[in-house]
Write a new protein. Structure first.
Length: 278
C-alpha cells in the first residue's frame, strides 16, 4: 500500500512536471497540489532511516561559544577541485546540543544515493542551542520580521574557517532553511550578501534590513497560504518589495501549511538543482 501511495505521488509531482512547475513560478497566485498524508509520513520515515555516518560530527569554537555542526563532504572528491558549500538551517524544534536533531528532512535529502552522486557539495548543518532568528513586529508593514541572534552570526566566521580547510568554491556558497531556519537564512543573506550566492527560504519570517544589498541575489521563497505559525503574508510582502528590483521567485501553495510545506520538496530534486545552478 505504501508503495502505491508513493507511486501516485511521484507520478503526480515528477512524471507530470508541468503540474509541479505551476508551483515554481514568480506569480503570487497560489497553486494547489494533491496532498497524501500517508506518503508524506512514509518519505519522512525513509529519510529518517538513512545512515548519517557520512555527516561528520564537528564543533566550532569562538570565545565562550561552542557550535555543534555536521559536515557532509562531496562523494569521491577529485584532487584539488573546488566544490560548493551549502549551509542548511534547522527549525526551532531541532534546537539543542546533541549534534543529532538538526539533521531534519531537508538535510537528509543530500544523503540520498542519487543526490550524493549528482550534486557534489560540502553540506554543513549547524545546531543552535537557542533560537537562531528572533521575531519582532514591524509596525510599518504590519507583519513579523526576523532578526539574527548573535549565535547565528558565528556561521559567518565558521564559513571562513572552512574555506581555509576545505576545497570550497568561494563563488558558490548557498543557504537553505525551513521555518526558523528559513528566517535565519534570510538574516545571513542580509548580513553578508557578498558571501552568499543564492538562498532558499521555506516558511520563513522575512528580513528587510538590506534589500539593496540582496536585490541581485537569486532568492527563492516557498510558503503555504495556510501557514499561521510563520504567516504567509510575510513572504508575500517581501516578494512584492523585491520582485521589481531583484531576482526573487515565489512559490505559494494554496492548500499547504507550516507542517506540510515540505511535502512537494521531498519528492523532487528541484530545490537542490535550482540552488546549485545559480
Amino acid at each position: 500500500m505504501i508503495k502505491s501511495y508513493l507511486t501516485l505521488v511521484l507520478t503526480t509531482l515528477l512524471f507530470v512536471p508541468e503540474l509541479f512547475a505551476q508551483g515554481l513560478t514568480n506569480k503570487i497566485p497560489a497553486t494547489s497540489i494533491p496532498f497524501d498524508s500517508v506518503a508524506f509520513s512514509q518519505i519522512k520515515k525513509n529519510l529518517a532511516a538513512l545512515s548519517v555516518i557520512d555527516f561528520q560530527k564537528r564543533a566550532y569554537f569562538q570565545g565562550d561559544l561552542t557550535l555543534p555542526y555536521r559536515l557532509l563532504s562531496p562523494l569521491h572528491p577529485s584532487g584539488n577541485k573546488k566544490y560548493p558549500l551549502v549551509i542548511t538551517l534547522h527549525n526551532s524544534s531541532r534546537m539543542g546540543n546533541d549534534n543529532e536533531k538538526q539533521l531534519e528532512a531537508l538535510s537528509r535529502i543530500w544523503l540520498l544515493p542519487s543526490n550524493r552522486k549528482k550534486f557534489k557539495a560540502y553540506v554543513v548543518a549547524p545546531q543552535f542551542a537557542e533560537r537562531s532568528a528572533n521575531y519582532t513586529f514591524d509596525s510599518t508593514r504590519k507583519i513579523l520580521v526576523a532578526k539574527p541572534s548573535e549565535t547565528l552570526k558565528s556561521i559567518l566566521s565558521l564559513i571562513e574557517q572552512l574555506k581555509k580547510e576545505l576545497n570550497i568554491d568561494s563563488n558558490r556558497v548557498y543557504l537553505i532553511g525551513y521555518s526558523m531556519g528559513g528566517s535565519a537564512a534570510q538574516n545571513l543573506m542580509n548580513l553578508r550578501p557578498d558571501l552568499f550566492t543564492a538562498m532558499v527560504s521555506i516558511a520563513g519570517v522575512p528580513d528587510f534590513s538590506n534589500l539593496e544589498g540582496i536585490k541581485e541575489k537569486p532568492i527563492w521563497l516557498i510558503h503555504g497560504k495556510n501557514d499561521v505559525e510563520n504567516p504567509f503574508e510575510g513572504s508575500e510582502v517581501l516578494y512584492k518589495e523585491l520582485k521589481n528590483i531583484g531576482k526573487v521567485r515565489f512559490t505559494a501553495y494554496e492548500n499547504l501549511d507550516h507542517g506540510t510545506i515540505n511535502y512537494p520538496l521531498l519528492f523532487s530534486r528541484e530545490v537542490i538543482d535550482w540552488l546549485l545552478r545559480n
